[in-house]
Design a protein around this ligand. Structure first.
Ligand SMILES: [Zn+2]
Length: 313
């Protein structure tokens, strides 16, 4: 409770800071001001919106999107937004709800026209059946929220954003539709390239740190058979790591894929004991400097994976 009260106090102080800062000039009125929670959605919104939108993401691509530390600048961004685009499925539940409430912007409140949860457009994997308990892990109770890592979902999300933008700016609907078509065609071309690159390695077994990759694995033929975390959001325990090492040795699994925001100590130790290799794979645009858009994210990850597969047998 204490931590929560402290958090609420911090948010209230941020609120005061925002009120003081509101004298700042607004963005150009004719552009749709879009804020997204993660950088990947910002990249997709930019693809569709072109020069008729201003897009900013809250979380950086190298940050863990489940746990983002609130900053005064986030409230400022939300205060000015016409449209807030979120991943949903509770990915942002640990940090976004108080920001939405405190920003005081009626346009982006949950269920307001300027609030867009794009999970509704995507193919969602691992939707739990039956009763959900805490024992299943803390962070994926509604299905796996890392769905943007399948480019086909990227296409669906971009389409959803296009429809929303066309509703908000009917006079620019043809422009957004044309932008979406162009994006979709380039994505189809890129997918051919990516699928060709991974073709020789389809079905290879890998271990990942967090369960971030089911949609990526489904699209590109990876076989994710274990996790460094015992359950999503639960830190590795010695017993779990011992079992994981035995399992990897038994099945001759060599690759451990790690998101950039996790400590490499445990993965490195697992790699040493199994003769394996740690690969820092990026779940988001901006995870590395050169990964500046949605296409470059897959370019980067697939190149890294192919190299790692070539180096391990
Ligand atoms: Zn997750």
């Amino acid at each position: 409770m204490f931590a929560r009260n402290r958090w609420m106090l911090a948010v209230q102080i941020l609120g005061v800071v925002v009120c003081l800062a509101l004298a700042a000039p607004a963005h150009a009125k004719d552009k749709v001001n879009i804020v997204t929670t993660i950088s990947d959605l910002a990249s997709l919104a930019q693809e569709v919106g072109g020069d008729r939108v201003e897009v900013e993401a809250i979380a950086r691509g190298y940050q863990d999107p489940h746990y983002v530390e609130a900053k005064p600048s986030f409230l400022l961004k939300l205060r000015r937004a016409d449209l807030l685009v979120v991943v949903g499925l509770q990915l942002e539940i640990g940090w976004l709800p108080p920001l939405i409430t405190q920003c005081g912007n009626p346009r982006v409140q949950v269920n307001a026209p300027g609030y867009l949860d794009v999970s509704q457009f995507a193919e969602i994997l691992e939707i739990p059946k039956g009763q959900i308990t805490r024992a299943m892990g803390d962070v994926h109770p509604l299905g796996n929220p890392h769905y943007w890592l399948d480019p086909e979902n990227g296409r669906r999300i971009a389409k959803g954003i296009e429809v929303k933008l066309a509703q908000m700016r009917p006079q620019d609907a043809a422009y957004f539709a044309e932008r979406f078509e162009s994006f979709s065609q380039r994505l189809t071309e890129a997918e051919k390239r990516w699928e060709q690159q991974v073709q020789p390695y389809r079905g290879r077994m890998v271990v990942t740190y967090h369960n971030s990759w089911p949609n990526f694995a489904w699209r590109f033929g990876l076989n994710v058979v274990g996790y460094v975390e015992p359950r999503p959001g639960i830190p590795p325990s010695p017993g779990h790591i011992f079992e994981l090492i035995q399992f990897m040795k038994q099945k001759n699994i060599k690759l451990i894929l790690v998101e950039p925001y996790f400590d490499l100590k445990t993965p490195n130790s697992v790699a040493r004991q199994t003769g394996g290799k740690v690969v820092v794979l990026l779940p988001s645009v901006g995870g590395e400097k050169e990964v500046t858009d949605y296409f470059k994210l897959f370019d980067y990850d697939i190149q890294l994976l192919v190299k790692a597969f070539q180096e391990t047998r």
